[in-house]
Write a protein that binds this ligand. Structure first.
Ligand code: ZN
Length: 251
């Protein structure tokens, strides 16, 4: 019973943060202020009342429409809120009630923002990478005995990306991807960030090629969402996957 209450609270907190992520996703690419400006309808500009801002529920109560101008609201709003709520529960279920779980929840939220923005604009906002970098520094301080894991992690994949960037003269890989893998490496350590790269590359190749086949047109690859998927998987299951891999290698 206690757990039901705790997880319900985590979920409600998650969808509330998810609501803020929507604001970030829309405003950061337009260079709009994410804090001071009141939330408004994207179509008619109507400033939203408190009861129109309740994550998930407002959307459902209003049937997915603006109360003022009746324009259909993007499904993205409730989906991001729901996703963030579920991801928070997921992290606490896998990682337990630890300080790490809190860091990972914040990181996962930033990864959601990065994924959507990079998908649309091919750019990873610098501020997002700064936040993950701060989380990485906190993790390093919490686990000071293994500080070198995180420091090596900072350079492990970003170093490879730098070489790729240099060889392809900036056409193969974006500066945002390099910075993302540096700060995520600081958060995860070198083994898990290498795993994240592996997962991201495989997922990226499969999904991107499938999408290109299905839609039958060329689309430039936004690597960010796939790297984010790899980072998220490595964050939650990296230790288990690496243990399992070392076992089959007989190490
Ligand atoms: Zn409206």
């Amino acid at each position: 019973m206690e757990y039901i209450i705790i997880y319900t609270m985590i979920f409600l907190f998650g969808i509330t943060i998810g609501s803020f992520l929507n604001v970030c996703i829309y405003r950061i690419p337009k260079k709009e202020d994410i804090v001071s400006e009141r939330s408004h309808c994207m179509s008619c500009g109507n400033v939203l009342k408190w009861y129109e801002l309740i994550p998930l529920f407002s959307f459902l109560m209003q049937g997915g429409k603006c109360r003022n101008c009746k324009v259909k609201l993007s499904l993205q709003y409730p989906m991001i809120e729901l996703l963030n709520g579920l991801v928070y529960i997921w992290i606490f279920v896998v990682k337990g009630f630890t300080a790490e779980s809190i860091l990972f929840c914040i990181c996962a939220s930033v990864l959601i923002v990065i994924s959507v923005i990079d998908w649309r604009t091919y750019e990873i906002p610098f501020g997002c990478n700064v936040i993950i970098g701060i989380l990485g520094i906190i993790r390093l301080i919490l686990d000071l005995a293994h500080w070198y894991d995180y420091v090596i992690g900072f350079f492990a994949v970003s170093g490879l990306f730098m070489i790729a960037y240099w060889i392809t003269k900036g056409n193969g890989i974006g500066g945002g991807d390099i910075k993302l893998m540096a700060v995520a490496g600081l958060l995860l350590g070198w083994k898990e960030i290498l795993l994240a790269l592996g997962i991201g590359s495989v997922a990226g190749s499969i999904i991107h090629l499938t999408l290109m086949k299905l839609k039958n047109k060329d689309r430039v690859l936004a690597f960010g969402p796939y790297l984010a998927l790899g980072i998220f998987t490595a964050m939650l299951y990296g230790d288990k996957i690496i243990d399992w891999y070392l076992k089959i290698c007989g190490l």
